[in-house]
Design a protein around this ligand. Structure first.
Ligand SMILES: [Zn+2]
Length: 327
């Protein structure tokens, strides 16, 4: 891809009108160009595909699938709430230079990514181009609102619940699609992308199955949970758990005292053993509820840290929930 661009610009330098001087110039330039290419090509052939991922889980998947053929940059800090990311000036530069932008989609990054993509003026990564990889178009969407939504319902995502990366079977689908897309952008390494995508997808599916079987051993009364934000539907369906209350009164709306009292009553009445929250949500309210009721708090990593394994993160998450549920 890169090689082609350089070749085109180099041939453009060659005079294409006839004439004695021009012919001589051509004779002189051609060997120079050939020499230049010989020097440049080994380096260019090794040029990596520049991938920019919005979230840690997607960056981790891109590293697994892309391996040595890609250079992955991560935008949102993994500890950061993906709904509200501070777009740093460096983001525009990263996106401007990217060959491929990998995003979560389903409006999760709506507050910060579309402007960034537009301002980057990079034609390759605009919506609809191969360099724009919206991972949510390859998953099985859940909680897609059936009725018209409005702001009074809180921060409801119109295309459905966007927090699918916590569920490894969904990520297996993303991995396979990402492998195909990378092969399209960088055809020379197509086979390698496919191979790595299949391997990572297999690991995701094994993780999915392992924890599904493990959680099946839990008795029915230990399968009920309270969540902080409606981010858990994919995990709950995967591990066959039931959400009986949510600490946020509406998605994205901070808990108020009256609602917290309701949540405490529910936990006490139904003897709910666990409250699930992401690390980026405030701990105080949840800890107060836990103190009052004896429920355990599982505070999960929001996203995979850069350079760390997605599978390890999912194993840690499932294991923490299991330990808290298992008496
Ligand atoms: Zn959300």
């Amino acid at each position: 891809m890169m090689v082609e661009r350089i070749l085109v610009s180099l041939t453009a330098l060659l005079p294409n009108h006839t004439g004695c001087n021009a012919m001589n110039a051509r004779k002189m330039i051609l060997p120079t160009v050939a020499l230049l290419l010989v020097i440049l090509i080994p380096d260019l052939a090794a040029a990596k595909v520049k991938v920019v991922a919005t979230l840690g889980d997607l960056a981790a998947a891109a590293e697994e699938v892309g391996g040595e053929d890609v250079d992955v940059k991560l935008l949102a800090r993994p500890q950061e709430d993906p709904h509200y990311v501070d777009a740093k000036p460096s983001f525009v530069r990263e996106v401007a230079q990217a060959d491929l932008v990998v995003l979560n989609g389903m409006s999760l990054e709506i507050g910060w990514l579309p402007m960034l993509v537009k301002n980057s003026r990079n034609p390759d990564i605009q919506r609809g181009e191969p360099g724009h990889f919206d991972a949510s178009t390859f998953i099985e969407r859940k909680e897609v609102p059936k009725q018209q939504i409005d702001r009074s319902m809180g921060d409801v995502h119109p295309e459905g619940n966007p927090h699918y990366t916590y569920e490894p079977r969904q990520m297996a689908r993303v991995a396979i699609a990402l492998g195909k897309r990378l092969g399209q952008i960088d055809p020379a390494n197509k086979a390698a992308y496919q191979k790595r995508a299949r391997k990572f997808a297999r690991e995701c599916l094994q993780t999915y199955k392992h924890w599904q079987e493990k959680f099946a051993e839990l008795p029915a009364e230990r399968r009920e949970v309270v969540v902080y934000h409606e981010a858990w539907i994919y995990v709950l369906d995967w591990l066959d758990l039931e959400r009986v209350a949510t600490v946020e009164p509406k998605p994205g709306v901070e808990p108020n005292p009256r609602h917290v009292v309701e949540v405490i009553k529910t936990i006490e009445r139904d003897e709910i053993p666990v409250i699930l929250k992401m690390e980026y949500y405030p701990a105080t309210t949840v800890e107060r509820i836990a103190d009052k009721t004896g429920a355990k708090v599982v505070s999960s990593q929001g996203q995979t840290r850069l350079g760390k394994s997605y599978i390890d993160r999912i194993n840690a998450l499932a294991s923490a929930i299991y330990k808290a549920l298992d008496k």
